[in-house]
Design a protein around this ligand. Structure first.
Ligand code: FAD
Ligand code: DLZ
Ligand code: SF4
Length: 481
């Protein structure tokens, strides 16, 4: 009888994971490993480390309850080698396992390590596709073909047809159109009640992990205070319920809005749970569709939300695996300036930036438009090295993994791939930020001024960006101004 070792990585915390299916728990050891290499390849925000360690420990307890034998290696266990490969090697000796079964890694760098295990350990290693995504990678590659610019919108329609989400019995999109984005560009509401995500009470496991992270990672950007991320599937479900009930109805309308002191607005705050496996993307989309069909949320909200998940999220993952490793080195605009210090301190008079850095520091979170049109836009306009920008995004957000961060940052936001992911750069002057937020009303700079004292820096940077890159961005002139 073969004795299987099943390593489960920190973003694979799903009970229906492919490697845990069709195996008799009696014939297998499940291995979860806290390893220094993963905590240090970038200096993650403390909330992210708390999230992963606490969720891993909770998941291990749930697996044991379900009858699995779990070998859990804690970060400070004696002899911890500090790497996935080192810990798999040690576990093979401990358990005398004669085969490994593992789900492919989310990140290129980790997948390279997994691919070396068969040679390293001299036993069969079965690497299974990660079927928690809606679109299998071979299907994505087939869809994208050889196209230089596979367009997200067409991929998204494919995913709608494939899943049947918001598709009528005659095969047509619900409401007659595929995309209701034109209803989703409202500036900030004058009056609105924002229902911030409900707090979870930290249990003993989470408290122990917080103490560990304070001891070991207190110098990282961010803080341990205010940790409020779901660490179990049950908590993630509760966060989703609360979003559907209280925030989904206005999600679409105010999706792009930004307000001083409002850190979540009508966003879902579920990306950390989707990305480490506590929520299933299709299930989440079905919930949004059901809310629309029950008359609880309008079509522009449900469609806009579903598009983010089966459209953008799946497209970004497909593009990551299609474009790596060259995406990791891309710098089409030849941008080489260092990242300004205020990305770490928040100390700048530019209110939009100081506010988005504060939000990021406090919660390891910022919503899409803060990331794209403030933090990313400034770096793009100022000519910051896209790899320094990418490292910053990987450090500061609790939902960041290379597979989703690289295409969003290096591709969409910094246009360093030369337009493979985004046809035109997401470059905008202060006018865009003014339209979508109340930041400018609370800023020492004058957003209406293009030159002279107190003129908004985004304005001069925007025109300089266009002039500097005319040969590269050509007819994509006057971008998102
Ligand atoms: P909502 O706004 O409520 O959206 C719902 C869900 O849609 C999200 O949870 C997410 O799973 C999905 N989604 C929306 N947009 C995208 C997108 N562009 N790519 C992938 N999924 C998307 N998302 C990450 O998960 N990790 C990252 O490291 C990350 N880095 C980003 C960097 C930049 C520069 C930009 C512009 C976007 C980035 N995103 C990233 C996408 C998006 O900003 C976050 O998914 C979102 O802010 C998470 O918050 P939410 O759950 O409240 O999302
Ligand atoms: C993000 C993270 C951190 C901080 N620590 C660990 C860890 O100690 N053990 C682990 O299994 N996973 C961790 N993770 C998540 C991994 O980085 C993630 O699973 C890989 O990047 C996927 O390729
Ligand atoms: Fe940002 Fe310019 Fe507005 Fe100030 S005036 S908040 S710098 S866009």
């Amino acid at each position: 009888m073969t004795k299987l070792l099943i390593p489960v990585l920190g973003d694979q915390l799903t009970h229906g994971l492919a490697s845990l299916r069709d195996v008799d728990p009696k014939d297998a050891i499940v291995l979860l490993m806290e390893v220094v290499e993963e905590t240090r390849y970038v200096r993650h925000h403390p909330h992210k480390i708390i999230l992963i360690f606490s969720a891993m420990r909770h998941f291990a307890a749930e697996l044991r309850k379900a009858g699995w034998t779990v070998d859990y290696v804690e970060l400070e266990d004696e002899g911890n080698s500090g790497s996935f490969t080192g810990e798999v090697g040690r576990a093979l000796e401990r358990h005398r396992a004669d085969a490994i079964r593992v789900v492919e890694a989310g990140e290129w760098r980790v997948q390279q390590a997994l691919a070396g295990w068969e040679t390293e350990f001299g036993i069969p290693v079965d690497i299974l596709p990660d079927d928690r995504f809606v679109c299998p990678l071979p299907d994505f590659f087939a869809w994208a073909g050889k196209s230089q610019h596979p367009v997200m919108e067409y991929f998204y329609r494919e995913m709608r047809r494939r899943t049947g989400l918001l598709i009528e019995p005659d095969g047509k999109p619900t409401g007659g159109e595929w995309n209701y984005d034109r209803f989703n560009r409202e500036g900030p509401p004058d009056k609105a009640t924002f229902a911030d995500p409900e707090p979870f009470r930290a249990d003993t496991i989470t408290k122990e992990v917080i103490a560990l992270v304070e001891r070991r990672f207190s110098k990282h950007f961010g803080r341990t205070e205010g940790f409020n991320l779901p660490v179990t599937a049950k908590q993630a479900e509760a966060r989703l319920d609360e979003f559907i009930a209280r925030r989904l109805p206005l999600f679409g309308t105010y999706q792009d809005a930004m307000l001083v002191g409002e850190d979540w607005l009508f966003h879902a705050a579920i990306s950390t749970s989707l990305n480490c496996g506590l929520l299933d993307p299709l299930e989440v989309c079905r919930r949004a569709e059901a809310a629309y069909r029950a008359g609880h949320a309008p079509l522009n909200a449900a469609e806009g939300f579903i598009r983010q998940i089966i459209g953008w999220r799946e497209y970004m993952r497909g593009m990551y695996w299609r474009e790596m490793p060259k995406l990791g080195r891309a710098n089409a605009l030849g941008a080489h300036r260092p990242l300004p210090e205020f990305y770490w301190t928040g100390e700048t008079d530019m209110r939009c930036l100081s506010e988005c850095v504060r939000n990021t520091h406090d919660h390891a979170y910022a919503h899409h438009i803060q990331r794209l049109m403030v933090l990313g836009n400034f770096a793009l306009l100022a000519g910051i090295d896209p790899h320094q920008v990418s490292d910053w995004f990987l450090v500061v957000y609790a939902d960041a993994y290379e597979w989703v961060e690289h295409p969003n940052v290096i591709g969409m936001s910094q246009w360093a791939d030369g337009g493979t992911i985004a046809t035109k750069p997401y470059a905008a002057s202060g006018a865009y930020i003014d339209r979508m937020s109340d930041y400018c009303r609370n800023c020492v700079y004058d957003v209406k001024k293009k030159v002279g004292p107190r003129s908004c820096p985004f304005n001069s940077l925007y025109w300089d960006f266009l002039a500097r890159n005319e040969d590269k961005i050509g007819s994509n002139h006057r971008l998102r101004n």
